[in-house]
Every structure is written in C-alpha cells, then in structure tokens.
Design a protein. Structure first.
Length: 234
C-alpha cells in the first residue's frame, strides 16, 4: 500500500490556521489538542489555479465548434503545488509511467475516493539535532538565498559549539514536538477509521461496488488498490 512520504522541505507551503484548528489547539488543563490545520480534509476535486483570461479565450478559440467538447484539464505545477504531498507523488509517478493526461484523470479519481479524509499529520524530526538543523537551514536560506551541501558542516559546527543548557532547550522542544505528533496521530487514526466506516456504509446504501480492486479497475486500467489508496477503509 502506498505510504505518505515526509521528506523535510523548508520551502513547502504552510497551512493557514483557521477557527477550527485554533479552537482545537487551545490547551485544556495542560493537555495537548490535535492540530487540525496540519491535517486538512481532502476535497472532492483537485485544487487548481483559475485560468487566466487569455487561457480561457484560447480554449474557446480552440474548441469553438458545437461538435467539440472541452476535455478535462491536464494539471500543471501551479495546480499540484496546492495538493497534499501524497497526491503530488501519485501524479508524478503516473506521469513517469504513462503521461500527464492519464495522471490527471488518475488524480481526479483519487481525490473523489478520498474526499473528506484528513491528510495524515507530518512526521516529527528524528532528533533534537534534526530540529536544530531544520531551523538553522531555513534561517541560512533566508539570509543567503541558497543552501549547499557544504553548509551542512557549518550547521553541525554550530550545534557542537552550543553549551549543554542550550542544547537541552532544543531537546525539550523536540520532546514537545514528538508528544504533539502522537496526539495528532491518535486523532487522525480514530477519525480515519470513522471516515472509512461511513464511506463503506454509503457505498452499500447506494448499491455501489465496495470491492477495492473492482472499484479501481472500473475507473483506471493497470492499477491495484494497494497502489491507489493510502487509507484502506474496507
């Protein structure tokens, strides 16, 4: 089954907090709450950047005859940069295997199948040093406009130069991040299970196919359910 990747990407977009997440993140009697802004719900269709007026005019010109039908959109980088990382990974893999048109159709089905399911929470850094490295790498990039492999050693030297008390503050921060990740993961797993039960019930009530392999093969060729779904709800 395809798993969500969580490589560190300092330049990745940061979700905008909303009222729902702010309410959940409030500390109640010292207890951590799930960070819903880090686990947004997947929409029914792939998010896209609206076409410019020039692009709309070109489409009308190209498909101006009554017997012509405008085909479904083929997504571009400005579109899939808005997607969950797992969806982007799936799209790129299908472009490599087939083409961008096939990959776009693939992702439309993927979004529809996962509508309402939250994205899994991002994984925490592997250690206190990894968190220190992430912060300093981001600061270095903002100051110098680039970050090369040679700069890795400079950050490592910064870490070694810290006194034990300062290193401990990073360790404490790391412990808090791990604790928050556990809260987020427990919440996601519980809600995902409920989402799966609800989806299965709706499929049965509507008389739709519930077998994962048959659902995938009915829409897309050369796929397996294990490759398609990142949360198996059946």
């Amino acid at each position: 089954m395809m798993k969500r990747s969580n490589d560190d990407e300092p330049e990745a977009k940061e979700p905008t907090p909303n009222r729902e997440s702010a309410k959940k993140q409030k500390v109640d009697d010292g207890k951590l709450q799930p960070q819903l802004d880090l686990m947004p719900k997947i929409p029914s269709t792939p998010p896209t950047v609206p076409l410019t007026q020039a692009e709309q005019d070109e489409l009308k010109r190209k498909y101006r005859h009554t017997w012509q039908t405008i085909p479904p959109p083929v997504y571009r980088s400005k579109d899939y940069n808005l997607w969950p990382k797992i969806a982007y990974t799936i799209y790129r893999s299908q472009v490599d295997i087939h083409n961008s048109s096939y990959a776009s159709n693939y992702c439309r089905f993927w979004f529809a199948e996962h509508e309402g399911l939250r994205e899994p929470p991002p994984k925490p850094p592997r250690s206190a040093y990894a968190e220190f490295f992430r912060v300093k790498k981001h600061e270095w990039f903002l100051e110098h406009g680039k970050f090369t492999s040679k700069d890795n050693k400079k950050i490592a030297a910064m870490w070694k130069a810290l006194d034990k008390d300062t290193q401990k503050t990073y360790q404490d921060d790391y412990d808090k991040i791990v604790a928050q990740y556990k809260v987020n993961t427990d919440f996601w797993e519980a809600e995902a299970e409920e989402w799966g039960k609800s989806k299965m019930l709706k499929l049965k009530e509507s008389g739709e196919e519930t077998d994962p392999e048959k659902r995938v093969s009915s829409k897309m060729n050369h796929l397996s359910a294990d490759d398609f779904y990142y949360y198996k709800w059946w």
